[in-house]
Unconditional design. Structure first.
Length: 367
């Protein structure tokens, strides 16, 4: 008889392993797997996770680690095993060949080529299949992948730093940073795990940012060089800006509207900037169209670092999925700085104190 308490422990370990693939496996999902022997209350004999896009899946890694001990064992996997040929052979074939007797799956795979097919294939071959332990955690872990598969657009994270009294920008002539060095290091780590970073033209003109990812430990941050995107309806991004000057080294996309002067867009293109045009009537609609384009490019995670105007329009259009806010112990309202955007109801997932700031990570509630 299955040990439900051990099932929970083994699946939580599989989820912990899965998270190690963050930033390395996208647009694939993060997946972890554990092989355990049922006798004696449960004993783990093999572990694995999907380590890199195009590499072996978690199940294959765990089965290889278990070796002959996999025969007659239970496989715990955070996502339904695949049953189709993609960049790798079907995991269901590897599971059957290893002689696994029971498979416990945290959540089904929404990808159309799987979508219940993996579970059905295992069941038809006589493998006992159970679904559900740690289901909510598994769905949360794969939320960006699920959003891309089911909606065609990336998962969108909004990030901003603000003062204790709710303002975004530092006073003119003051230190440009509101947040602490520790908070800024966290942001660079986050940047290294996303596919694109978005700002508005207001931020680009005011700060002349480079928008690169400079994580403290590049070896653990993932291989991504995020696409740098400026929402710039009139193509005002200066040719001598740091973004344009580095566009041939790290890609830059400027999203313009129908009113953008052709001379400006031509000059940007000549400087190595990709110019993407939309005829949508307002910023929110243009950003929604841009997300569809990024979805076509298989971008999985997009980080919005725009100022209050961009953030407000994205929230109003319902295009934000996750929020990271850094609140610094400072007061800026007296300097007439911009207020933080009004946000919809949030579900707080984590609160930490990097360098004296308050970092809150939360999900936007849907429905």
């Amino acid at each position: 008889m299955a040990d439900r308490a051990f099932d929970e422990v083994a699946m939580r370990r599989a989820l912990e392993l899965a998270s190690r693939g963050r930033g390395f496996v996208e647009p694939n999902p993060q997946v972890g797997a554990v092989v355990a022997r049922p006798e004696g209350g449960g004993r783990i004999v093999g572990e694995g996770w999907h380590e890199r896009f195009g590499g072996p899946h978690a199940e294959v890694m765990a089965l290889a680690a278990a070796g002959d001990a996999a025969r007659g064992a239970t496989l715990y996997v955070t996502l339904e095993p695949c049953c189709h040929h993609g960049k790798t052979p079907p995991c269901t074939d590897a599971i059957l060949a290893a002689g696994i007797a029971r498979v416990v799956v945290a959540a089904e795979d929404p990808f159309p080529a799987v979508a219940g097919g993996g579970i059905a294939a295992l069941g038809a071959a006589g493998v006992a299949v159970e679904i559900g332990p740690c289901r909510d955690a598994a769905i949360r872990l794969t939320a960006p992948f699920r959003t891309l598969v089911t909606t065609g657009r990336p998962w969108v994270i909004a990030k901003w730093a603000m003062s204790l009294d709710g303002h975004l920008a530092a006073a003119p002539g003051a230190d440009r940073w509101i947040s602490s060095p520790e908070s800024r290091a966290i942001v660079h780590d986050l940047r290294s795990r996303v596919d694109a970073i978005v700002v508005g033209i207001g931020t680009a003109l005011a700060d002349d940012p480079e928008l690169t990812a400079r994580p403290a430990d590049p070896a653990t941050a993932g291989p991504r060089r995020p696409l740098r995107i400026v929402l710039d309806r009139l193509a005002r991004l200066p040719l001598d800006s740091r973004l344009v000057r580095t566009a041939r080294e790290t890609p830059v996309l400027v999203a313009v509207g129908p009113e953008a002067p052709s001379a400006s867009t031509t000059a940007l293109a000549a400087a190595g900037v990709e110019v993407w045009a939309s005829t949508a009537p307002d910023q929110a609609a243009r950003f929604a169209a841009l997300l569809v384009e990024l979805g076509h490019r298989r971008c999985t995670n997009v980080l919005v670092e725009g100022g209050p105007t961009v953030l407000a329009s994205c929230f109003e259009a319902g295009l934000i999925d996750e929020v990271w806010t850094f609140v610094a112990p400072k007061a800026l309202a007296a300097h007439g700085t911009a207020p933080a955007p009004v946000v919809p109801p949030l579900e707080v997932e984590e609160t930490t104190l990097p360098g004296g700031d308050i970092l809150t990570k939360a999900l936007v509630r849907r429905g």
